[in-house]
Design a protein around this ligand. Structure first.
Ligand code: FPP
Length: 275
């Protein structure tokens, strides 16, 4: 178990990774600094295989996956992680058999109904990123209700990526920027990284510090393509329904041992840390 600072609450101001929170850093040995990632993004893979291993229908794996979501949200709060972004349904998941898509939608609805009060009680702020206009009006209303209920909570921000795709996000931002250029509100020369950031999903949150993919595959699968530019990647063979607090701690421990250089040299980073 990692010795980390727990339970910090946050406000909604922009959480930039560059604003180093000194109290989130802890020296463990002469050369190592342990850091808790402020923002973790997870591809929760392996639900289907978990169910298949048990000769159960795939949806049973998704249901078991919800239990892991609950565990990991709580664990993130306890460890001082401020934002947790979960890939619940990708733009490409519509290609799955219609029955599985339907069951996943039913599951989202049930989970939102069942968990809303608990999320609120635990000070979790729920957000949804992605093109939710493709969901049923009922599901869209339910999402809007839970988002409204929890919007002022300053605990963990649980950012659910639903009908989300990295390509969709970049195209969407590009279209909005192009419209602004067309109307004269913006010049082409104004377009830079900060402008792109502002037009993508969650412009007020820092990029993920740590990306975790469970289930053994080692790919990004059109998740946060722009936002993952400098994110540390961690792949676990564990299937999502088996991913627990210990697995999360292993991922955080791996993260804490890495040197993030953001294009600089290791010597520069060490010199800045010693200054
Ligand atoms: C990938 O596993 C998982 C999904 C596409 C769905 C994830 C959904 C949940 C965990 C439940 C709901 C979550 C929230 C936040 C309400 P897979 O089906 O691709 O597994 P496989 O690779 O073993 O087939």
């Amino acid at each position: 178990m990692l010795k980390l600072k727990f339970g910090k609450s946050i406000s909604n101001e922009k959480l930039r990774m560059q604003d180093k929170d000194e109290d989130q850093l802890m020296t463990q040995g002469p050369n190592s600094v342990q850091a808790v990632p402020k923002h973790i993004a997870i591809i929760m893979d392996g639900n289907g295989r978990w169910a298949k291993n048990r000769k159960m229908p795939r949806v049973a794996g998704h249901r078991a996956g919800v239990e892991s979501v609950r565990k990991i949200v709580k664990a993130c709060g306890e460890r001082g992680v401020k934002v947790l972004t979960l890939f619940a349904f990708s733009s490409e998941n519509w290609r799955r058999p219609a029955q599985e898509v339907g069951l996943l939608m039913d599951l989202f609805m049930t989970v939102l109904k069942r968990e809303a009060k608990k999320l609120h009680k635990n000070n979790v702020q729920l957000r949804v990123v992605g093109d939710i206009s493709a969901f049923s009006p009922k599901l869209q209303d339910r999402i809007a209700e839970v988002v409204a209920l929890t919007k002022d909570n300053d605990g963990v921000i649980l950012n659910i990526a639903a009908n989300y795709g990295g390509h969709w996000d970049v195209i969407n931002a590009t279209k909005t920027i192009a419209k602004k250029v067309q109307s004269g509100e913006m010049a082409i020369s104004d377009i830079n990284e900060a402008i792109m950031d502002q037009h993508l999903s969650f412009p007020d949150l820092a990029e993920p510090d740590l990306f975790i993919r469970t289930g053994g595959e080692q790919r990004i699968s059109n998740f946060l393509l722009w936002h993952l530019a400098y994110t540390e990647l961690y792949f676990s063979d564990t299937l999502w329904p088996d991913f627990d607090e210990t697995e999360l701690d292993n991922a955080i421990l791996s993260f804490s041992k890495r040197q993030r250089r953001f294009g600089k040299t290791g010597d520069q980073i060490e010199a800045a840390a010693g200054a």
